[in-house]
Design a binder for this molecule. Structure first.
Ligand SMILES: [Zn+2]
Length: 158
């Protein structure tokens, strides 16, 4: 694994952006028919709900934070956001701020403390400002949607 300095030298994004300790293992659920309302897909504990500001980097615009309602498993530190809901929020925000940006690529970088919501939302964050307030995610988690997993179990020979 490359050191942070070596990654910077190569012009790659360093592994962490935020200066605060990494928090949460993050899954952005792309399936609008899978809602993760009941139990955790990893440990089967009951999922809770947590609304927190997520930092998003939007191409041709910059860094913003959005208050997003996520599913959360405290045992796994797993945080799940629904992609369609997140994109609806982004669209609503940019209809007001800059409609030309709607549909651009974006990345969810991490979460910011509650103070993050006080930032003036009509202006992009500078990377220094965001860095000071940002908890990177510990990792990005890929989850198989339950329906696909069930089919795979059926297809697997015993
Ligand atoms: Zn769990």
């Amino acid at each position: 694994m490359l050191s942070r300095r070596a990654e910077l030298k190569r012009g790659r994004r360093p592994r962490t952006v935020g200066l605060l300790p990494p928090r949460y293992r993050f899954h952005l659920n792309p399936h609008s028919d899978v809602r993760y309302t009941g139990s955790c897909p990893e440990c089967d504990e009951r999922l809770g709900q947590r609304k927190l500001p997520l930092a998003v980097e939007v191409d041709q615009w910059g860094l913003i934070t959005l208050p997003v309602v996520c599913r959360y498993c405290s045992a796994c530190e797993l945080l799940i956001a629904h992609q369609d809901e997140l994109e609806d929020q982004l669209t609503a925000l940019f209809e007001r701020l800059d409609p030309l940006v709607i549909g651009n690529g974006y990345r969810v970088l991490g979460s910011v403390g509650r103070d993050g919501l006080r930032h003036e939302q009509d202006e992009p964050w500078s990377s220094r400002e965001l860095s000071a307030a940002l908890h990177d995610f510990q990792e990005y988690v890929q989850l198989e949607p339950p329906a696909v997993r069930a089919l795979a179990d059926v297809a697997r020979p015993r």
